[in-house]
Design a protein around this ligand. Structure first.
Ligand SMILES: NC(=O)c1ccc[n+]([C@@H]2O[C@H](COP(=O)([O-])OP(=O)(O)OC[C@H]3O[C@@H](n4cnc5c(N)ncnc54)[C@H](OP(=O)(O)O)[C@@H]3O)[C@@H](O)[C@H]2O)c1
Length: 345
């Protein structure tokens, strides 16, 4: 077989505009590898990109998708530490091996063509091996690429989580549930919010979260967090919602606690935007912006997850056919999921 199916996004109004084409399978050049993709994990970012709401540059006719796991099928000249048959994933940013990611110029599925295709050539330096002993699926490992590295960065990238700390997660999306799995495994006390009692029940049953709060029926969820923590507040918050929730996050954080600002799921008007500087000073809190994570952070997350085959939260998978991929985008955008939505090849 010399051709492969590739999906492109010709315009950024809707994921329903995705097109399918047949294109040659590339070969690996010097210091590159060719990967046969087995699974792709979707992110909220893919929805934002496909609808023109992503605030960073996106390539024309981009091949969307950033997170893939698969098998190496061809190794280019000069690659010594990888071989055909290795099970691997590709780091979200192809150029940042360690330290902070400096801008979005090298990220897959945005400025660089991504992974919604059967085969991809990538620089060998961006590849992370899946632990040989792992019984997790390709979908689970694909889900670690962006979401896992981001959650790991929030918990360990700077001021590391310690046993006995408490962590709050906002909503039951991919970053929150993956962060929950990591924090539980590290012995933290965990609290999660959701708009749905049914989702909260599921998260308790399946992932063992310690405390749940429905943010629809308990709109002042920060006060509830204070109650749960006996007035201390939480040590960490994975702030996936942004301007619309930051006031309550600061209310919920412990003095000197750490708020990792990750996402923008809940916006607010300029007029309603709180005075974050004053509020943060009043809590002595650390507010830290998160940009995914380097290859080094991804490798640390992979090692931790692989050591115990932690239950990376893949909720639903779809097949790699244009109509099924469109359905997967729709499912993710509908917010019905708890954890990750993936494509199987
Ligand atoms: N900075 C980075 O490096 C980075 C990396 C990854 C993701 N992100 C960003 O982080 C955010 C989360 O990503 P994700 O992939 O986890 O998204 P996701 O899987 O699509 O999560 C969506 C869930 O968030 C919850 N949610 C929505 N609005 C909420 C609100 N006002 N309050 C509380 N929960 C709310 C809902 O959960 P319930 O249905 O349970 O209410 C919803 O189902 C996105 O903005 C994404 O772009 C940033």
């Amino acid at each position: 077989m010399s051709s492969q199916t590739v999906l492109h996004l010709p315009s950024r109004e809707s994921w329903t505009n995705l097109t399918e084409s047949q294109e040659p399978i590339p070969t690996a050049g010097k210091h590159e590898v060719l990967i046969k993709i087995r699974s792709v994990a979707l992110n909220f970012r893919d929805i934002a990109i496909s609808t023109g709401h992503y605030p960073f540059p996106v390539k024309e006719q981009v091949v969307p998708g950033s997170d893939a796991a698969g098998d190496i099928v061809n190794v280019g000249e000069g690659v010594s530490d990888l071989q055909e048959g290795d099970k691997v994933m590709v780091a979200f940013d192809l150029a940042t091996m360690y330290g902070p990611i400096k801008g979005w110029a090298n990220s897959l599925g945005g400025p660089v063509d991504g992974v919604l295709r059967e085969y991809i050539v990538v620089p060998a330096q961006a590849v992370v091996k899946i632990p040989e002993s792992s019984s997790l699926s390709y979908a689970q490992w694909a889900s670690v690429v962006c979401t896992g590295a981001t959650a790991w960065n929030a918990l360990y990238g700077n001021l590391p989580l310690r046993p006995g700390h408490s962590v709050l997660f906002l909503g039951t999306g991919g970053v929150s549930i993956t962060g929950l799995v990591l924090a539980k495994a590290a012995g933290a006390t965990t609290i999660i919010t959701s708009s749905s009692d049914e989702k909260l029940r599921l998260v308790k049953e399946k992932y063992g979260v310690d405390h749940t709060i429905n943010y629809q029926t308990t709109p002042n969820w920060a006060a509830e967090v204070q109650k749960i923590t006996n007035g201390k507040g939480v040590d960490y918050i994975l702030e996936t919602c942004g301007a619309g929730t930051i006031q309550q996050s600061i209310d919920a954080i412990a003095y000197g606690g750490i708020i990792s600002v990750i996402g923008f799921l809940a916006e607010t008007s300029q007029e309603e935007m709180p005075n974050v500087a004053a509020l943060v000073i009043g809590k002595g809190a650390v507010v830290r912006g998160i940009m995914i994570g380097s290859k080094q952070l991804l490798e640390e997350a992979v090692r931790f997850i692989g050591a115990r085959d932690l239950p990376v939260p893949v909720e639903k998978t779809f097949q790699f056919r244009r109509d099924q991929v469109v359905e997967a985008y729709e499912y993710l955008a509908s917010g019905q999921h708890v954890g990750k939505v993936c494509i199987e090849f």
